[in-house]
Design a protein around this ligand. Structure first.
Ligand code: ZN
Length: 123
C-alpha cells in the first residue's frame, strides 16, 4: 500500500459555544491541514496521485474557510466548528473533489496549534 500526504493551511476564527473555558471566547487559529491518500497501485507515471492535482483540490476546499468566522458558515450553524468537525468538513468535500482520480482519501488532520490536532478517518 502506498500513502502520500500533503500539507496546507488556512486562518480562521471560531468560538466553541459549549466548551467552557478559553475556547468559548472568540479567537483564531492558523490551522495546518494534513491530507493523506492511499492506493495499492500506482498510475503509469509511478504515483498515487499527482501532488499538484491533490494540492489544487485541497486549496479549493480550504478557500471558503480561509479568513472567515467559521461559526457563520452554514455548515457550522448546527455543529461546532471544532478541529474535529473541521477535519470532517474538509474530508467530505475533498472526497467529492477526488472522485475519478486514483487513490482513496484516508484521513484529514487539522492542527490548531503545534501540539494539538484532530483527525477524521473516512469510511
Ligand atoms: Zn480554538
Amino acid at each position: 500500500m502506498y500513502e502520500i500526504t500533503v500539507h496546507s493551511h488556512f486562518s480562521g476564527a471560531h468560538r466553541l459555544r459549549y466548551l467552557h473555558g478559553k475556547c468559548e471566547e472568540l479567537h483564531g487559529h492558523n490551522w495546518k491541514v494534513e491530507v493523506s491518500v492511499v492506493s495499492n497501485r500506482l498510475t503509469k507515471e509511478g504515483v498515487v496521485i499527482d501532488f499538484g492535482i491533490l494540492k489544487q483540490k485541497v486549496e479549493k476546499v480550504l478557500k471558503p474557510l480561509d479568513h472567515t468566522y467559521l461559526n457563520d458558515l452554514p455548515y457550522f450553524s448546527g455543529i461546532e466548528p471544532s478541529s474535529e468537525n473541521i477535519a470532517k468538513y474538509i474530508f467530505d468535500r475533498l472526497k467529492g473533489e477526488l472522485k475519478g482520480h486514483q487513490g482513496t482519501l484516508k484521513n484529514v488532520t487539522a492542527w490548531e496549534s503545534e501540539t494539538s490536532s484532530a483527525t477524521y478517518f473516512g469510511r
